[in-house]
Design a protein around this ligand. Structure first.
Ligand code: SF4
Length: 533
């Protein structure tokens, strides 16, 4: 279709926070959850969240993996390449025109209420960039003018299930769950101008029906397996069954990314359980995967997205072998990935995430986590681990156990990210999300202890990670963050000494103006701005 006047029949996009590679780092990726107003927009979007490259026609060179899968599904269904564009959200005027019938948006957290975003917005105040940027797409002048049908999918699509929210936003259809099988017929309906179902629940797609991506993904992400099967009660249903892709298919997607200059980042909920039989790790299959990918022409380095601590503890020799194979530790380099500590309480594990510790028993969880961190440290793996604050039915002694575990993890190079519990999955209707109002000084102590851990390790990680990769911008980020780290350290001290960990009270005092924690340079800038007016 296109080009100049009519533009594209199908336009796919994602909000601006998803259209960044965050300097190739999972650590800076969490900055996507920082609310607007904490740092000036121009610093945030130039330093922390720089945009992916765009082409003349508004297309992005790299796109979120989910968007690329939908693009591939539509092409497989029969749409032509010149009918579809994956466009930059700030270049929609180049992609949307009179011929545009449908706008497909990938969203991880469209309302800013997911665990990571809601934690940051509640603690720091302000609105999530993700929610702001999602609304900006819906209110884009080209969307208003040409009125394509709007279909939203992605990990955060569940947030748009209530009718009044969709109506208010102007979303015609939301796809909750996996979208590859639904996309073709749905987009065809939209193209024909037919009535769309308002909510579609995408079924689990079998391995052989998941199409191979046609164009490059953010950070070279390539899915090696989908699903998990550990069955945590708050997890989304589509992660219930583990499905692994054959190596040939993985290599095809790696080639797509290599052509665009991206090294492979292997993605699975637990990379160590590639081809696992139930919970039992298949070491041979994992090693074969890593060996094959490493030997593949053009592959220099390999990254991974997630791994489970119970898999690390169950197969320390596998971790060691992967490290040896990839020369991890050579020249001071390390391997990183996201994982979940979630709690230090065996009772909470037994109640909400029994499968998470398998093959170990819930009672073994705290020691197992410690053992896994030790194995990771010995093999130069740096975990970025989440913890859940405010699990349903959590008692003070459960939080005490988590605090104890956090203290024991202090010697290990890692990040510990405390996130507020959000009612999702099977527990969506039977539990309530954790909020600031429910925060006790004990919760405050847990959050403060995690951030003390992070501040201690951040300086070292920043130096080792950013500056060695991108000197120019990296040096700026390091300076900026070093200043931020010192400032946050002072705030944590105040919370500990003057508020006895009552973080909620301290935040209330900051919001009411009783306590001024604005950094001096910002205070001076504010004064200057006020003088001008
Ligand atoms: S381990 Fe993670 S991905 Fe697996 S079920 Fe639990 S929360 Fe979901």
């Amino acid at each position: 279709m296109n080009e100049e006047n009519n533009r594209y029949k199908i336009v796919l996009t994602a909000d601006r926070t998803l259209m960044s590679e965050y300097h190739g780092g999972i650590f800076l990726g969490f900055s996507a959850c920082i609310p607007k107003g904490v740092i000036p927009d121009w610093i945030y979007f130039s330093m922390f969240c720089p945009s992916v490259e765009t082409l003349e026609n508004g297309a992005v060179k790299y796109a979120p993996y989910g968007t690329r899968k939908i693009e591939a599904a539509l092409l497989k269904y029969g749409f032509e390449t010149d009918e579809i564009i994956v466009a930059h959200p700030e270049r929609l005027h180049k992609a949307i025109g009179p011929a545009t019938r449908v706008l497909g948006i990938t969203e991880n957290d469209p309302l800013g209420i997911g665990p990571a975003t809601s934690t940051f917005t509640q603690l720091l105040g302000g609105q999530a960039y993700m929610a702001i940027k999602f609304k900006e797409i819906l209110n884009h002048p080209s969307v208003k003018k040409y009125k394509p049908k709007v279909i939203v999918g992605g990990a955060g699509a569940w947030q748009l299930e209530p009718e009044h929210i969709r109506k208010e936003l102007g979303v015609h259809c939301v796809v909750i769950g996996e979208g590859e099988e639904e996309a073709g017929p749905l987009f065809e309906k939209a193209v024909r101008g037919e009535q769309l179902p308002e909510v579609v629940y995408g079924e689990m797609v079998s391995e052989e029906k998941i199409p191979v991506i046609r164009n490059a993904t953010i950070d070279g992400l390539v899915e090696i397996a989908r699903g998990c099967g550990r069955g945590c009660r708050f997890c989304v249903p589509t992660l219930q069954r583990l499905r692994c892709h054959p190596i040939e298919k993985i290599l095809q997607e790696i080639d797509v990314n290599l052509k665009a200059g991206r090294r492979p980042l292997l993605h699975a909920e637990d990379v160590l359980r590639y081809k696992a039989k139930g919970i039992k790790i298949d070491k041979e299959a994992v090693i074969k995967l890593f060996k094959t990918v490493k030997a593949h022409p053009g592959v220099g380095a390999i990254g991974i997205s997630h791994f489970a601590l119970s898999s690390v503890a169950a197969a320390p020799d596998l971790v060691e072998e992967i490290s040896g194979l990839l020369n991890v530790g050579k020249n001071g380099e390390w391997f990183s990935g996201q994982t979940g500590v979630e709690t230090g309480s065996p009772r909470m594990i037994r109640k909400h995430m029994r499968g998470k510790c398998r093959p170990f028993a819930p009672e073994e969880w705290p020691n197992m986590v410690l053992g896994a961190f030790e194995i990771l440290a010995e093999n130069n793996w740096v975990p970025c681990a989440t913890l859940i604050v405010g699990l349903p039915e959590e008692k003070e002694k459960d939080i005490d156990l988590t605090i104890q575990l956090v203290e024991e993890l202090r010697p290990f190079k890692s990040l510990l990210v405390p996130l507020f519990y959000v009612a999702m999955g099977c527990m969506k209707d039977e539990t309530e999300s954790f909020t600031m109002e429910k925060m006790t000084p004990k919760h405050g102590e847990l959050i403060i202890k995690c951030w003390e851990h992070n501040l201690e390790w951040s300086k070292i990680l920043l130096k080792e990670y950013i500056v060695t990769r991108k000197f120019g911008v990296g040096y700026g980020i390091r300076l900026f963050l070093s200043y931020g780290i010192n400032h946050v350290k002072k705030m944590l001290d105040i919370c500990r000494r003057e508020y006895n960990y009552d973080l909620k009270q301290m935040i209330n005092d900051v919001r009411s103006g009783e306590l001024d924690v604005t950094p001096r340079p910002i205070r001076i800038i504010n004064k200057l701005i006020n003088m001008k007016h």
